[in-house]
Design a protein around this ligand. Structure first.
Ligand code: CAO
Length: 464
């Protein structure tokens, strides 16, 4: 027997007008009991509302960006498994109301055993992310039924991932954590092929390699706090770029053993030379900033120390030395941090590097960088020198193995030949992956860099 059953928003405590942040089904979709229908977001948590019945979605009564309260209809489902014809009259048009004696679908035993329940199946308990996410402490449950244990999903990351409902459903079916999948679709949207590629990679062992493992690492979960109990708050969703960079920075932070080596370069001569060349370069439309010289110095250092121009392979057992040299630089944009890449930096002189830096920075800030202009980097420079600061510990742009942080240069008294003299000192902070680079090598690298930076002539030589 076929009938139409409405699934409603369950009782969510005191919450009203809860935001619908995703609609996971559409009319015509075949669903089963427990299929997530919509994702709701309160100030406290995000939660999926699962279906209580199986069948075909006939109507979706909510839309993304809308708001719902307990009891609102989420979807109407045409169910073949209605159980009893007595309910057909009331159920066929999906109207709620009246008592239902035997109409609850087989998949909703609670409603079946409660004859006085309303005709619309009992609203499901919302599956809050806190509840569905297997925390580290859920080890006992996992121990009881390891084969049935739900896959480890980063639920907040999953619900924020840029993917269509069908791809979400597909990922859930496969137990794929969308938060860990890179999207290749339009505007980095995750496609079904991306999910398949992720599964293939996982099955081949790559995603489980020690070098790449991020999920299920037993990290203790942070408490979810309702800050509104302490005072007024405002919730603003993170922008897409910030969400993507947050996931990547976190992955690097938890996977790579970071060490930061600090050093100082005397750039008194370099700045004098740059200031002498600046206006002539400006006539050619080139803004000759310190970063172009620093980039040229990094090219020389990377040529001298090829370990810094390498990456660990997915197994974590081999080092891949790159015979090309593309340098990324962190750019602060209104939408968040971007890392454009200067291709073939080793084939560019200081002027060409300056031109590339200006062009890519402008594109990054105007939001017109394309994906290929952010790919293929070997080593990254993060320069905060134009803003200030004396030192910081940059996070490596994995799978690169090192990143150079640059802070603001300042005149300092330096003891030379029996007297203090004012010298312009540039603070450098080199973070490196200690699995690949040892401390001694790191300090050799920064020593080489500081020496090159103190000699502007070598940086101005023509590039072969
Ligand atoms: N010390 C002192 N002054 C410096 C300096 C330094 N280390 N680096 C740059 N400056 C000066 C420049 O000389 C320039 O001054 P003039 O116009 O008088 O020459 C001024 O600061 C501004 O430089 P700029 O920012 O326009 O150019 P840049 O090449 O130095 O940097 C870019 C370009 C894109 C790297 C930079 O604009 C930027 O976005 N930096 C932020 C990077 C960031 O956010 N990193 C953190 C990542 S982790 O969150």
């Amino acid at each position: 027997m076929t009938r139409v059953i409405e699934v409603r928003v369950p009782d969510m405590g005191n919450f009203k007008d809860v935001a619908v942040i995703d609609v996971l089904v559409k009319p015509g979709d075949s669903i089963e009991p427990e299929t997530p229908l919509v994702t709701l977001e309160t100030e406290k948590a995000t939660m999926d509302v699962p279906s209580t019945v199986g069948g075909v979605v006939e109507r979706v009564a909510v839309s993304k960006g809308g708001h719902v309260s307990a009891g609102d209809v989420v979807v109407a489902v045409r169910s073949e498994d209605a159980g009893d014809a007595t309910a057909a009259g009331a159920a066929s048009d999906g109207q709620a109301g009246g008592a239902q004696a035997k109409a609850a679908p087989a998949a909703a035993p609670a409603a079946q055993s409660a004859p006085a329940a309303p005709q619309t199946p009992a609203a499901p308990s919302p599956q809050t992310k806190k509840q569905t996410r297997p925390a580290a402490a859920a080890g006992t449950e996992a121990a009881r039924a390891p084969s049935d244990a739900p896959p480890l999903l980063d639920e907040p990351g999953f619900s924020h991932a840029h993917a269509s409902p069908s791809v979400r459903r597909f990922a859930r079916e496969l137990g794929v954590d969308l938060a860990a999948v890179s999207g290749t679709g339009f505007k980095e949207r995750i496609t079904a092929d991306d999910v398949k590629a992720f599964v293939k990679k996982t099955l081949s062992g790559a995603a489980q390699a020690p070098a790449a493992a991020t999920r299920g690492s037993g990290l203790p979960a942070l408490p979810s706090i309702d800050f509104s109990q302490f005072g007024p708050t405002e919730v603003k969703p993170l922008g897409r770029i910030r969400r993507i960079s947050a996931a990547r920075l976190h992955a690097s932070w938890v996977n790579l053993p970071h060490v930061t080596q600090f050093d100082e370069a005397d750039i008194t001569e370099l700045e004098a030379t740059r200031n002498g060349l600046k206006s002539k370069a400006a006539e050619e439309g080139i803004k000759l900033t310190p970063l172009a010289f620093i980039m040229r110095a990094c090219v020389k250092a990377l040529q001298e120390f090829p370990e810094f121009n390498s990456s660990l392979d997915a197994s974590g057992e081999n080092l891949i030395y790159k015979k090309y040299m593309n340098l990324g630089f962190a750019a602060d944009t209104p939408n968040g941090l971007l890392v454009p890449v200067v291709l073939q930096a080793d084939h560019k002189d200081v002027y060409e590097l300056a031109r590339a830096l200006a062009e890519l920075s402008e594109k990054a800030r105007s939001g017109t960088l394309n994906v290929t202009q952010m790919q293929g980097g070997c080593f990254t420079i993060s320069s905060l020198g134009g803003i200030g600061g004396t030192a910081f510990t940059p996070i490596i742009n994995a799978p690169e193995v090192a990143i150079l942080g640059v802070s603001r240069s300042a005149y300092r008294p330096v003891y030379r030949d029996g007297a203090f003299v004012p010298r312009l000192i540039l603070p450098l902070s080199l973070s490196y992956d200690h699995r690949v680079i040892d401390g001694a090598l790191a300090v050799r690298f920064t020593s080489f860099l500081t020496q090159v930076l103190s000699d502007p002539r070598s940086l101005l030589e023509a590039v072969p």
